[in-house]
Design a protein around this ligand. Structure first.
Ligand SMILES: CC(C)(COP(=O)(O)OP(=O)(O)OC[C@H]1O[C@@H](n2cnc3c(N)ncnc32)[C@H](O)[C@@H]1OP(=O)(O)O)[C@@H](O)C(=O)NCCC(=O)NCCS
Length: 284
């Protein structure tokens, strides 16, 4: 396909069907609400053929000082034609102009592209899938309760520490997506951790989960697993070893690895030790 037959353009709600076809073709979990949310808090570009087929997408979600590169997708029949690299360079130029460090969470296939475009590995996480009822959700819920309006200030402070920037609009939107798992862990009056979740195309996703230590994360998850039914996805940080052991003990099965990458030799923002479940590779 000659590149002259391709149109590069901004992505918007008008391309929602094409966007969904892209993520479905890759076996990803995003639904229309996810794409809408990301296009609302970020911006994106697409490549469309003369017949109107959207064949590639890339989004950026800007935060303070850095931005998440997201939804780098190419329809299977159009891979290895340079489309992902082309849109990635478009996104990188946009972020450079705004002085934002590009960050992302890569699949193994994406990582091959990103290494060539100046990204380097920082840390890893794995997607675990729970298909049937967990083995032992014995309540460890003493400190865990539903999130209420008064919790937002400490949640946002804790999240900014862990993630490296405020992402208030995203977190507030997620809290409304799956309220039964919008939970906080409090001890001696202080918020030690929080969990949010959302519905998805294939499964509900639990995360982000930010906490002071893995034990707090386990208490939050034990409560959440009693409140939603599988299938569930959990993107668990490799560094949270006790949490990894616990989710495996619940019957969660590893689906695929991801690598958090930063561009241009930059450090990953935030404090990774507090990130227990990432929000999802498309969100950070
Ligand atoms: C990953 C993906 C976006 C790549 O799109 P693409 O348009 O095929 O990538 P490009 O043609 O720009 O590839 C540029 C280079 O990256 C490398 N590369 C791309 N895909 C690769 C793969 N699957 N394995 C190994 N190297 C790969 C190659 O060196 C390639 O150059 P070459 O074709 O001249 O050898 C596409 O395979 C895809 O949509 N996969 C499913 C979704 C996904 O994993 N997205 C990444 C999210 S982090």
């Amino acid at each position: 396909m000659a590149s002259t037959e391709l149109r590069e353009h901004a992505l918007g709600d008008a391309q929602l069907d094409g966007c969904l076809a892209l993520s479905r073709a890759a076996g990803w979990n995003q639904n229309a609400a996810d794409w809408k949310l990301m296009l609302e808090i970020g911006r994106g570009w697409g490549l469309t053929l003369a017949d109107g087929t959207l064949v590639a997408s890339t989004l950026v979600l800007p935060y303070r000082g850095f931005a998440w590169v997201s939804m780098v997708l190419v329809l299977p029949a159009h891979r290895r034609k340079g489309y992902a690299s082309r849109l990635l360079r478009r996104a990188l130029a946009d972020l450079e102009a705004g002085g934002l460090t590009p960050m992302l969470d890569a699949t193994p296939a994406g990582r091959a592209v990103y290494l060539q475009e100046g990204f380097g590995d920082r840390w890893g996480f794995r997607r675990y899938q729970l298909q049937s009822a967990p083995r032992a959700t014995r309540a460890r819920a003493t400190d865990v309760r539903p999130l209420n309006a008064g919790d937002w200030q400490p949640i946002l402070a804790l999240d900014a520490q862990a993630f490296g920037a405020s992402r208030e609009p995203l977190l507030r939107a997620l809290a409304a997506r799956l309220p039964q798992v919008a939970l906080v862990a409090a001890r001696e009056g202080a918020i030690r951790g929080y969990l949010l979740g959302r519905d998805g195309r294939e499964a509900r996703q639990l995360g982000p989960l930010v906490a002071d230590e893995p034990e707090t994360a386990i208490a939050l998850l034990a409560t959440a697993l009693g409140r939603v039914t599988p299938p569930l996805y959990l993107d668990v940080a490799d560094h949270a070893a006790p949490l990894v052991a616990w989710v495996k003990a619940q019957g969660c099965v590893e689906q695929r690895p991801f690598t958090r990458m930063a561009h241009g030799g930059q450090a990953a923002p935030g404090d990774a030790s507090k990130v227990m479940l990432v929000a999802g590779p498309e969100l950070g």
